[in-house]
Design a protein around this ligand. Structure first.
Ligand SMILES: C[S@@+](CC[C@H](N)C(=O)[O-])C[C@H]1O[C@@H](n2cnc3c(N)ncnc32)[C@H](O)[C@@H]1O
Length: 291
């Protein structure tokens, strides 16, 4: 077996400075011991596999205040693109990833859990027209295999872009249930708002979404809807507000739509937290009673 990569000098507990985060990113990109799946096994999109993971480590820390001690849940973990850089950052913390593609989960277990025991990967056999057509259960009936309040940081990168609105609502309910007090939810999406629609109508978008469409959920390719889904921003946000989450900060809008003033990422980035003024309504997320 390949030797385990050397762990970073990421500080424990509190926030990490921009300088040490930049340094850590450079170390990860240079680290030849970090395992990578062969190109023919990668099913999560194009681009430089490790570079994209390092980019998102930056966003997790800078926008989502991810700490080395956080307990992290990665929904739609794919084949470890986000997990690999996190092995060099999460020290006292832990990581759980869930995905519906068994091959990705197997690769991660064999190549990441074998070196980092606090990184665990779980297969969910949920149906999806592209990623798991023979899946036995529907995402709307989802129950994540974790106890209430288990995580400090939950993320979904390039996953909501492959969901219908019902799937988003099911995950929002379960995410809220597993979030600990003070936890953050970080997710990327294609969000339709006035500047995004304008960019799409001008033909500047990266995909063929129809900027004139009035529906709250639209597809880049209507013949293959789940290949790329964009949501009206307020409609999407309502699914998370309904379960007691709120926006911690303004979204960072990306380049995908061809909007006039894009931020530095490709997809739009959202960071939500628990709204302390809303008590959980569902028994599934009610605070357990004492003895
Ligand atoms: C474009 S890939 C992104 C993977 C990963 N988040 C990344 O950025 O490398 C979309 C991922 O979402 C996963 N996925 C789709 N539907 C899912 C569901 N209902 N539950 C969990 N994962 C799902 C797919 O299997 C796939 O790994």
């Amino acid at each position: 077996m390949t030797a385990a990569p050397s762990r970073s000098a990421a500080p424990q507990g509190g926030a990490v400075s921009d300088k040490s985060l930049d340094w850590l990113g450079q170390q990860i990109l240079k680290n030849r011991f970090i395992p990578r799946p062969s190109a023919d096994r990668v099913f999560v999109g194009d681009g430089d596999f490790l570079l994209i993971g390092v980019e998102f480590l930056n966003w997790f820390v800078r926008l989502g205040n991810l700490k080395p001690s956080d307990r992290v849940l990665d929904i739609g973990c794919g084949i470890g693109r986000m997990a690999l850089p996190l092995t060099q950052y999460l020290e006292a913390g832990s990581y759980d990833g869930v995905d519906i593609v068994a091959d990705g989960v197997d690769w991660c277990t064999q190549n990441i859990t074998s070196r980092y025991e606090k990184f665990r990967f779980h297969h969910l056999d949920l149906g999806h027209a592209i990623y798991n057509p023979a899946g036995k259960k529907a995402t709307v009936d989802l129950r994540l295999p974790f106890a209430d309040g288990s995580f400090d940081f939950v993320f979904m990168t390039s996953v909501v872009t492959h969901f219908h609105a019902d799937d988003v609502r099911a995950y929002a309910r379960e995410i809220r249930r597993v979030m600990a007090p003070g936890a953050r939810l970080f997710f990327t999406a294609f969000m339709l708002n006035a500047p995004a629609r304008e960019g799409l109508r001008a033909g500047k978008g990266a995909y063929s979404f129809d900027g004139a469409a009035l529906e709250p959920e639209i597809y880049a390719d209507p013949a293959n809807p789940l290949a790329g889904v964009a949501f009206d921003e307020n409609y999407l946000l309502a699914s998370f507000l309904a379960v007691g989450l709120r926006r911690n900060q303004q979204a960072v809008y990306g380049r995908w739509s061809g909007r006039a003033t894009p931020g530095p990422s490709f997809q739009d980035i959202n960071v939500l937290g628990i709204d302390p003024s809303i008590r959980p309504a569902s028994p599934a997320i009610a605070t357990p009673r004492g003895p």
